[in-house]
Design a protein around this ligand. Structure first.
Ligand code: ARG
Length: 397
């Protein structure tokens, strides 16, 4: 009789630690834990393995997926300016990658099931399960917290009984972090009238302390950032460097009410300095090189893209189709953008590109390159239909 193995997406937090024990105790599985490194703090990854072993897992795997996350997900998100309701997508962007790794490991080990620690109220259950079902329909999916309808208080009780570490008082927030952003929710933040205290932030300095301006130049090739202040960097380092620069200037704190997939409104806080800087500069470059028609259409494409990613539909053929359109537009998104950072704000103060459609010779008040008189006829019949409508209105009044 082969062993019944369940592979659990494990973070070391309370939810997934309870899952670990529940899977053994209530579901009768041998548990293999998987921690996918998408840029969460290093101590967290170490602690994750250490806890898994301490709680007696059958086996634990840590998988460094940072480079893949940047190249296959973050770079696409930059090219698509991927936002949802006003913030750059981060958690949603990492979930399909984590789900894919979970399925791969489960298949390698011949596991019967995969498991995750999502509750029945959030978005991640959709994001994980949609990908898992699409890639490996034969795998059983177990969501113990949702299955047993557990509250946080019940989890803490269960944890105490099973020797699971209880989060300290200081851990009153639920935090999800990857290279592209950090999200903080829960605890006192559940009151939307409550101002986020300074303690929730760890990537960004308090904007009121950022009293010296800093300039940064970001260079793109085909819509992908390649150099910061003239220095070429490998993809993971480049994202980290942007987070550091933006962070020390207090950039990228976002506090919003967000509409979750199931319709619940939730209060969310984000820190995403690098994402804000890179999407802002990328858009600025697009404004310089894309035509009005492309820009107008791409805005719809970008919004649709963000929405699909948020709703866990990374594997939608529409997403691939949109990527096809975006890739074509990005051939010309090459050049440099200069940002000024100060007091938690950022401004685009310069841009240049070999593909710029901007022409000083044409637009300048000082130049004769374009003969103004030639436009007279174009102006005369401009708004023809509106003029006809107004004349009919006058006649019938
Ligand atoms: N609301 C965001 C999303 O669904 C982030 C949730 C992250 N989870 C957390 N425990 N902070 O993408």
């Amino acid at each position: 009789m082969p062993e019944r193995i369940a592979v659990l997406a494990y973070s070391g937090g309370l939810d997934t630690s309870c899952c670990l024990k529940l899977l053994e105790e209530r579901y009768g599985y041998k548990v293999v834990t998987l921690c996918v490194d998408v840029g969460q703090p290093e101590e967290e990854i170490k602690e994750c393995e250490e806890k898994a072993r301490r709680y007696g897992v059958y086996d634990h795997y840590t998988l460094d997926a940072k480079e893949e996350f940047v190249k296959e997900y973050i770079f696409r998100a930059i090219r698509a300016n991927a936002m949802y309701e006003g913030y750059p997508l981060s958690t949603a962007l990492a979930r399909p990658l984590i789900a894919t790794k979970l399925v791969q490991l489960a298949e390698e080990l011949g596991a019967e099931a995969v498991a995750h620690g999502c509750t029945g109220k959030g978005n991640d259950q959709f994001r994980f399960e949609a990908i898992i079902r699409a890639k490996a329909p034969h795998l059983r999916i177990i969501a113990p917290i949702r299955d047993l309808n557990l509250t946080r208080r019940e989890e803490i009780e269960y944890a105490k009984k099973h020797g699971i570490e209880i989060p300290s008082e200081s851990k009153k927030y639920s935090i999800d972090e990857n290279l592209w952003g950090r999200s903080i929710e829960g605890g006192p933040l559940e009151d939307p009238a409550f101002e986020p205290p300074e303690e929730i932030y760890s990537w960004t300095r308090n904007p009121k302390e950022c009293t010296e301006e800093e300039y940064v130049e970001i260079e793109f090739e085909k819509g992908i950032p390649v150099r910061i202040n003239g220095r070429e960097m490998d993809p993971v380092e480049l994202i980290r460097e942007c987070n550091r620069i933006g962070g020390r200037n207090g950039i990228g704190r976002i506090d919003i009410i967000e509409d979750r997939i199931i319709g619940l409104k939730s209060r969310e806080n984000y820190e995403c300095p690098g994402a804000v800087m890179l999407i802002t500069t990328h858009k600025a470059l697009e404004q310089l090189v894309l035509t009005r028609e492309e820009l107008k259409f791409k805005e719809i494409v970008d919004a649709t893209y963000g929405d699909l990613v948020y709703r866990g539909l990374w594997h939608e053929p529409l997403r691939e189709g949109l990527d096809g359109f975006i890739e074509k537009t990005q051939e010309r998104v090459c050049g440099k953008v200069t940002l000024k950072l100060y007091g938690g704000s950022l401004w685009v103060v310069g841009r240049e590109s070999p593909y710029a459609l901007y022409s000083k010779d044409l637009v300048s008040f000082e130049e004769k390159e374009m003969d103004q008189r030639e436009i007279t006829g174009m102006v005369k019949y401009y708004g023809l239909q509106a003029a006809l409508y107004q004349s009919i209105k006058r006649r019938l009044q």
